[in-house]
Design a binder for this molecule. Structure first.
Ligand SMILES: Cc1cc2nc3c(=O)[nH]c(=O)nc-3n(C[C@H](O)[C@H](O)[C@H](O)COP(=O)(O)OP(=O)(O)OC[C@H]3O[C@@H](n4cnc5c(N)ncnc54)[C@H](O)[C@@H]3O)c2cc1C
Length: 465
């Protein structure tokens, strides 16, 4: 059998590895437009050590990802964070990160005295007694709209856009509940099904209770982990062990199906393939599927992408950098361009061991292309100025010894309202074409474990077809 995989990011490389594991005799060509593998995983060789400029951690509570990393022989490379907490910058001051709640959505005002105004705290506690949410079982809504309507703009802008929005490079208003906080959507469903009044605080409380129960019954796994040598350890291990021919600088512009069912690839590969996996961002998949699955194109092209930029900075001295893992900036914070800072050398002991300080500044949200496109010098200046405004740390005086600016145009798919339904419709269309799969961060979650799980499931379907 001959299989072509388009895209050598995490999804494509995982798919190649899984195919090779199941059927070692299969010929696999991975066709990659760029000059390197890894996609949004990208480890840059700083003189001080390998440094991630794309993803920098993964959710280790997802055992399936950790299992794959052990299977690849990377178990000893996995490292855990220091446990330092992060902070939120809002209203011109640093505030502690709230404990409890779900992705920044609280169930009560308890513990939020230093974070939210008294007026907002009163609204949160009164929410359970107000008219219930008009929630349809299985329905969806914008996270921001729900939080604004039930609590206040302050909760949406200060907490939810900073926490949840940080993960997706979007504001809370551009994110769908079902796609980004599925546990909350399910709790809202359960309240509606049971005939109880549906309230936001009630649904968040349900999720908190369930999570507390789950924690009691499970071993203590660190929530996040990463690779001592950066994500390069993962994408290089996948490439080495996937048995595929990986073709770089190979831009695929279309797929056609020949009589008899095989596929031909425009722009790369050779001859006819029995199976094809698209492992590219949704708008690219939309274009590539135009001839073979035009129905899927219609759905996939509606998925928007958010662009961002990461500025990695290494300072000779860490003196004056707060002892926290980073700072999330509330949306709409005047005079600040960055959306978040990760104090990597405080967050990760293995990076702290290098001495000095390693800081990542992140810029850009959905709908704000201009920030990710800012001139390189201006981005670095904004990173240093914002860092000083927020923390008082003077990066210029601390000896800025290394800088790397990485732009991620269309870096993350937007998980908006009805995203899950859009993906399901696209996948139904794709499933009509035997031997075709489309996978990636747009499909089942943007996080590394979700992308891996999506790729594994697609390979199972494909090899069964
Ligand atoms: C800045 C940033 C930080 C992140 N941080 C985290 C994190 O800490 N933890 C976490 O779990 N996740 C994080 N993520 C998300 C995670 O990194 C991504 O969701 C995941 O790596 C995406 O993998 P993918 O294979 O689906 O897509 P991609 O990595 O985008 O791979 C797609 C590949 O397809 C190639 N391609 C595109 N078009 C074509 C074409 N026409 N022909 C051939 N090849 C093509 C591309 O060049 C690319 O290599 C982050 C993402 C970003 C952008």
């Amino acid at each position: 059998m001959r299989i072509a995989i388009i895209g050598a990011g995490l999804a494509g490389l995982t798919a190649a590895y899984e195919i090779h594991k199941a059927e070692p005799d299969t010929h696999i060509d991975v066709l990659e437009a760029g000059e390197r593998i890894g996609g949004k995983l990208f480890t840059v060789p700083f003189a001080s050590g390998p440094t991630d400029m794309g993803a920098e951690a993964y959710l280790a509570t997802r055992a399936d990802a950790t299992e794959l990393f052990h299977e690849l022989g990377l178990g000893d490379s996995l490292v855990t964070p220091s446990g330092a907490r992060s902070q939120i910058y809002a209203g011109g001051r640093l505030r502690p990160m709230p404990r409890g709640g779900v992705m920044g959505i609280p169930s009560s005002s308890a513990g939020l005295e230093e974070i939210l105004s008294e007026e907002t705290r009163t609204l949160i506690d009164a929410e359970a007694g107000t008219a219930p949410v008009d929630w349809q079982v299985g329905g969806d809504a914008s996270v921001g709209a729900l939080v604004r309507a039930r609590y206040s703009d302050e909760v949406a802008d200060v907490l939810v856009s900073a926490l949840l929005g940080g993960v997706y490079s979007s504001s809370a208003d551009d994110l769908g509940i079902r796609a980004t906080v599925p546990a909350l959507a399910e709790a809202l469903d359960r309240l509606a099904e049971s005939g109880e009044p549906v309230t936001l605080s009630g649904a968040v409380k349900l999720v908190e209770t369930e999570r507390a129960e789950a924690r009691k019954n499970s071993e203590t796994t660190p929530v996040f982990q990463t690779f001592r040598g950066g994500y390069a350890e993962l994408y290089e291990a996948l490439a080495d062990q996937c048995g595929a021919d990986i073709h770089l600088d190979t831009f695929v512009s279309g797929i056609t199906q020949v009589n008899g069912g095989g596929f031909q690839i425009k722009g790369g590969g050779e001859g006819t393939y029995d199976r094809v996996i698209l492992a590219v961002p949704a708008p690219t998949a939309a274009v590539l599927l135009r001839e073979v699955a035009p129905g899927a194109t219609e759905h996939l092209k509606t998925i928007q992408l958010a662009s961002s930029a990461v500025v990695g900075m290494r300072f000779d001295s860490a003196e004056g950098l707060p002892d926290v893992s980073g700072v999330l900036v509330a949306s709409g914070e005047p005079a600040i361009t960055a959306k978040a800072f990760t104090f990597s050398s405080k967050k990760w002991p293995h990076l702290g061991e290098r001495g000095g300080a390693l800081v990542r500044a992140s810029f850009g949200r959905l709908g704000d292309e201009a920030t990710a496109r800012m001139d390189e010098d201006n981005l670095v200046d904004a990173a240093l100025d914002d860092l000083q405004t927020i923390t008082g740390f003077d990066g210029r005086a601390a000896g800025l010894s290394e800088i790397f600016v990485q732009r991620w145009f269309g870096g993350l798919p937007n998980y908006g309202v009805d995203h899950i339904a859009t993906v399901a419709r696209a996948r139904t269309e794709i499933s009509q074409v035997k031997g075709l799969e489309a996978i990636g961060a747009w499909a089942s979650g943007v996080g590394v474990p979700a992308v891996i799980a999506d790729a594994k499931a697609a390979v199972e379907r494909l090899l069964d077809a």
